[in-house]
Design a protein around this ligand. Sequence first.
Ligand code: GLN
Length: 462
Amino acid sequence: MADALGSGATSAPALTDAHLDRIAARRDVNAYINVTGEMAKVAAATAAQSRDLPLAGIPIAIKDNITVEGVPCTCGSRMLEHWIAPYDAAVVERLKSAGAVILGKTNCDEFAMGSSNENSYFGPVQNPNAPGRVPGGSSGGSAAAVADFQAAAALGSDTGGSVRLPAAFCGVVGLKPTYGAVSRWGLVAFASSLDQVGVLGRTVDDTRRVFEVIRGYDPKDSTSMRDIPVEPIPETLTIGLPREYYGDGLDPEVRRAVTGTAQALQAAGHRLVDVSLPNSPYTIAAYYIICCAEASANLARYDGVKYGYRSASTQDLSSMYGRTRSEGFGMEVKRRILLGTYVLSAGYFDAYYATAQKVRARIAADFTDAFKTIDCLLTPTAPTCAFKLGEKLDDPLAMYLMDIYTTSVNLAGLPAISIPCGRSSAGLPIGAQIIGRPFEENLILSLASEVEERVGGSNNVS
Ligand code: GLN
């Protein structure tokens, strides 16, 4: 698109209109919660005057838990249905300064809690590659919008896999940057020690271009990092295949595609080595204890006074709090607040929360050890392909297990990318995950480009 804009083959307003038409024609995908068509047209007209900016005129979608000034930011929740964001998130500010055109806010699981996008107050999203199946979550709207050509690229957030899992299910690229590489200012907090804004694109190059714009130090986010040197990338990489990620529970077709990807990289001259990340079996337990604990604290602010929804039936203050939260939050959010307050309660803190923190440190140490001898890891992104809508709704544990290969990356604060690596016999996209050392986004992006070239993509939407 940048080339077509540069050569004059199209214009920013025409590109924006084409995307708005596509969004309108494909409302059944339910990728967007709010489309900001008028704002997009104004931005496109301005972008037409500033052609040398890195994303001038490029239409981009934003997950609805990232603020855009003057636009509702619902987080997929009834609680924030009518809350209008008073300022731009740091990442949105950067996109706007780079000339990008914001098309609207994409559907997501409520407060980014979920793996299928079925926990949204605004209804589920359809997988554009396979209607009737989930797009993955929680950034399902962002992945579906990109796969379905309803945006050139999109921002998502990734606390335990929410950019990578929907990327894998929808056949697009999803980058979860190192914790601290991208500012969280304006990203509505779910689990602050794990949350990171990520990018979804149809190609590795698209993903990289957007990442280059949003990355960087921000004084408003005390966990954002300054001046990170970009290391040169060795020509031949040593790629670790962690055996715990290829064990029981991995769908045979996913295994075949990811193993085939590893072999293609070996044929291209890279070295494959078998490695162990021995604390992998404890990842899901540690992740769900920590994310629920942090969520229970972060979500205390939604009390009917400070933000959003307030219950109409209120006799006194405490019943107003209670009713507001009962009516404003959905089932999954309530489950996590209950779990989180439980693991933080005086009698159980040491048994659960403190133990999970120790396990987290060991999981991170497994990666540090592995990275002494390897440059990156190659794993499946998810144990299966996109499942059917409704299939796992009654079984939260089965849903949580979808995150088995992605959550360790957040616990350790590492960068990782999901890259399409083929399709199942039923035609469903499959994603491979490349995990890198802190701040080595450059290396994992470059290896992902090789996968893209040698193995090919899997988005099949026309
Ligand atoms: N599926 C995971 C969860 O439900 C991850 C969500 C996310 O990354 N936001 O917590």
